[in-house]
Design a protein around this ligand. Structure first.
Ligand code: CP
Length: 316
C-alpha cells in the first residue's frame, strides 16, 4: 500500500478489518517489521487521538516516529505554483514535502478544510501536494474531505460489537455552535456504503452531504424514523455542503438523549471525539452503558497499525 486516503485505497475492507482485529489480539506480532524505518506525522491542525494512536501503532511495529506540528513549528508554506514569494509564506510545499520524504519512509498528513472555497477544499490541494512531492507512501491523518483512519476504526468497532450479521447503522447530524468540516461524515458514509450494513443517514434540511459519498445510503430528515431499530448510532455535526461551510440556527431537538434510544435496538452510540457535552451529545448517553466512544477511540490504534503494516510490507 502506497496511499491511504480513502476507502478506495483498500481493495478488500473485510480483510483490513480482520487484520486490525488480529493486531488488537497480538499487538507486537510484527515488532521487527518497522526496524530502522521512520514515520513522520505532520499536523497542520490540532489532534489528540490521531496523533497518539498513530504514534502508538508505529511504535508497536518497531518504527521510529517524528511528529511535526507544522502549523506552529514549521515555516509558513506556499501552496501555489508560479507565485513570487514576496509575502508571508517562507517555504514552498515542493521543497518542504520533498525534504520530509528524505527523512521519513512514510508520511502522515493532517490538513483540515478552510470551509470557504468548496472547490479548493474538495480538490484536496494540500494533501495531494504532499503525495505529489514527498516521494514516499502517505497516510491521511484527516484531510479536507475524509478521515479514513477514523472510518476504519469505526468499522472495526462495529464488526467487533455487532450482535446481528447485518446491523442497522445510523449516521445522525447533531447540533453545534461552530462550522465543522464534512470529512468525518463523508468518510464514515463512504465506508459504510461499502460495508455489509444497513446504512441510514439523517439530518435536518440543508445539511445534505455531497452525493459522491452517500451512494447506496438511505437518507431521511426524520431522525426518529432513522433511529428505529438501529444497532449503532454515529453522532456527528457537520456544516452545509451547499451553501458551503454554512450553519443554520441549531435545532437542539437533534441532540440524542436516553429517551430517543428507546426506539432503537439497544443501540450503541459512537462519536469520533472530541465531543461537546450536552450540545452535540448528552452527558447521560456519554456516561451511560450505550456509549462506546472510548472503545471506538481505542480501536484507532489497530486501524492505524493495519495501515502502517501494509505500507511497511510494500516498502520491503
Ligand atoms: N477523532 C479524531 O481524529 O480525534 P483528534 O482530532 O483528536 O485526532
Amino acid at each position: 500500500m502506497k496511499l491511504f486516503s480513502s476507502v478506495n485505497d483498500v481493495p478488500d475492507i473485510n480483510a483490513i478489518v480482520k487484520e486490525a482485529l488480529h493486531l488488537k489480539q497480538f499487538p507486537y506480532a510484527y515488532k521487527n517489521l518497522g526496524e530502522n524505518k521512520t514515520v513522520a506525522l505532520v499536523f497542520l491542525n490540532p489532534s489528540l487521538r490521531t496523533r497518539m494512536s498513530t504514534q502508538k501503532a508505529a511504535l508497536n511495529l518497531g518504527m521510529n516516529v517524528m511528529v511535526l506540528n507544522l502549523d506552529k513549528e514549521g515555516w509558513a508554506l506556499e501552496l501555489q505554483d508560479n507565485v513570487i514569494m514576496n509575502g508571508n509564506t517562507v517555504e514552498h510545499i515542493r521543497e518542504a514535502a520533498a525534504v520530509m520524504g528524505q527523512y521519513a519512509d512514510i508520511i502522515g498528513v493532517r490538513s483540515f478544510p478552510g470551509l470557504k472555497n468548496r472547490d479548493e477544499d474538495y480538490s484536496e490541494m494540500i494533501f495531494n501536494k504532499f503525495v505529489q512531492f514527498c516521494g514516499v507512501p502517505v497516510v491521511s491523518l484527516e484531510s479536507a474531505t475524509r478521515h479514513p483512519l477514523q472510518s476504519l476504526a469505526d468499522l472495526v468497532t462495529i464488526e467487533e460489537l455487532k450482535t446481528r450479521t447485518r446491523p442497522k447503522v445510523v449516521l445522525t447530524w447533531a447540533p453545534h455552535v461552530k462550522a465543522l468540516p464534512q470529512a468525518v461524515p463523508n468518510s464514515f458514509a463512504e465506508w459504510m456504503c461499502r460495508a455489509d450494513v444497513d446504512f441510514t443517514i439523517t439530518h435536518p434540511t440543508g445539511y445534505e452531504l455531497c452525493t459522491d459519498f452517500t451512494k447506496g445510503a438511505t437518507i431521511t430528515h426524520n431522525q426518529d424514523e432513522a433511529l428505529a431499530d438501529a444497532d449503532f448510532i454515529y453522532v456527528k455535526n457537520w456544516s452545509a455542503y451547499e451553501p458551503y461551510g454554512k450553519i443554520f440556527p441549531p435545532d437542539e431537538n437533534w441532540m440524542l438523549t436516553n429517551d430517543r434510544l428507546k426506539i432503537t435496538n439497544k443501540a450503541k452510540v459512537m462519536h469520533c471525539l472530541p465531543v461537546r457535552r450536552d450540545l452535540e451529545l448528552s452527558s447521560e448517553i456519554l456516561d451511560g452503558e450505550n456509549s462506546i466512544v472510548v472503545h471506538e477511540a481505542a480501536n484507532r490504534v489497530w486501524a492505524a497499525q493495519a495501515v502502517l503494516k501494509r505500507m511497511l510490507e510494500g516498502i520491503g
